[in-house]
Design a protein around this ligand. Structure first.
Ligand code: ADP
Ligand code: MG
Length: 342
């Protein structure tokens, strides 16, 4: 195990090209031991290729991958202390849950008693105690996903790589599994490297997030940093609503829920940034209302307001009205020009 605080995975100058497609374009990355680390980005941004290089299924064109201080870049997958869980978690349909979970240990010739014990322990961790005798077809989608997880955990890898493991589940189950996965990860203390294109999933589960775009990482940080202080226009738009304005020669962005609408002539709070505009459109979304405000100085902002009052659907009448928006200084992020221009 890597000592506390030391990087558990270190990636430097990693590149991979397929023909003339640069899938991964010079990635540097450090993941800490025990961390829930997420690679977030749109389809085709190089997440899976990066994960497959960490796993050993792809050999990099250049660059280095170290696991716990050891250069593993050229080792075959089975010589790396990692395990992978894919979205299409192919369980063996003819085997029981218990046999599925024990399979990896059997291949490694672990003796029967220990196999059984470890498989039962792994099934306990994913809350499937008592399901060992069932066949995969007798389980729900979420349960099958947890068997796949148990099958990986049972090998006691130092690192678990997960590629969109919840992608096949419907929204409700997905949200439940997000909470469970996070708590399983805390309990087993394994380093998780998790791939998703879903920004909410990334923000909910991760200790830190790396945002991928065109084979590069545009920003790395804890979820709240990445969300509240996006460093590029791409991140502002991909990890939320873009809300980008040009002001005094700078490009800046403010999150919709940080902005207040000053309706009914309400006075701004002292020291806050205030701008007049017109409410171009209003959407009632149940818990919140989304206002699209065209500003007199140019640009448009989305503003999100909680529907605290009863009869909130009256908000729709605000369409076309003049208004003012305000936000606390410091709530905006200045987008760096290099990242902000395509
Ligand atoms: P993501 O997982 O972020 O969706 P991928 O890493 O799968 O992205 O893909 C990155 C880019 O590399 C894409 O343009 C994809 O088409 C290309 N690519 C990935 N794997 C291969 C492959 N085996 N052969 C050719 N092109 C590939
Ligand atoms: Mg992928």
């Amino acid at each position: 195990m890597a000592p506390d605080g030391a990087p558990h995975i270190r990636i430097a100058g990693l590149t991979k090209t397929y023909g003339d497609v640069v899938a991964v374009d010079g990635i540097d990355l450090e993941v800490r031991a025990g961390e829930f680390f997420t690679m977030l980005g749109p389809s085709g941004s190089g997440k899976t290729t990066t994960l497959r290089m960490i796993a050993g299924f792809e050999i990099p064109d250049s660059g280095v991958i170290e696991l716990a201080g050891e250069d593993v870049s050229r080792l075959p997958p089975y010589d790396r202390p990692v395990n992978t869980v894919f979205q299409d978690y192919a369980l063996f349909p003819h085997m029981t849950v218990q046999q599925n979970v024990e399979y990896g240990l059997m291949v490694k010739k672990v003796r029967k008693g220990e196999r059984r014990e470890r498989a039962e322990q792994a099934l306990g961790m994913v809350q499937l105690t008592g399901y060992g005798a069932r066949k995969p077809a007798q389980l729900s989608g979420g349960q099958r996903q947890r068997v796949a997880l148990a099958r990986a955990i049972v090998n006691r890898p130092k690192v678990l790589l997960l590629d969109e493991p919840l992608g096949a589940l419907d929204l409700k189950l997905r949200q439940e599994m997000q909470i469970e996965l996070k708590s399983i990860q805390r309990e087993v203390g394994i380093t998780f490297v998790y791939v998703t294109h879903d920004q909410e999933e990334a923000l909910t589960m991760s200790d830190r997030v790396a945002v991928f775009n065109h084979g590069r990482i545009e920003q790395v940080g804890p979820p709240a940093d990445v969300y509240e202080h996006p460093q590029s226009e791409f991140i502002a738009g991909f990890v939320g609503v873009s809300n980008v304005l040009e002001r005094d020669g700078r490009r800046l962005t403010v999150r919709p829920e940080k902005i207040n609408l000053l309706e009914d002539g309400r006075e701004p709070q002292p020291g806050w940034h205030v701008e007049p505009g017109v409410i171009r459109d209003v959407q009632y979304v149940g818990p919140v209302t989304r206002y699209h405000v065209t500003l007199d100085r140019g640009g448009e902002l989305q503003v999100l307001a909680q529907n605290l009052e009863e009869g909130s659907s009256q908000v729709l009448e605000a369409k076309g009205r003049r208004t003012r928006v305000e936000w606390r200084p410091g709530q905006e992020s200045v987008i760096d020009e290099e990242g902000g221009t395509e």
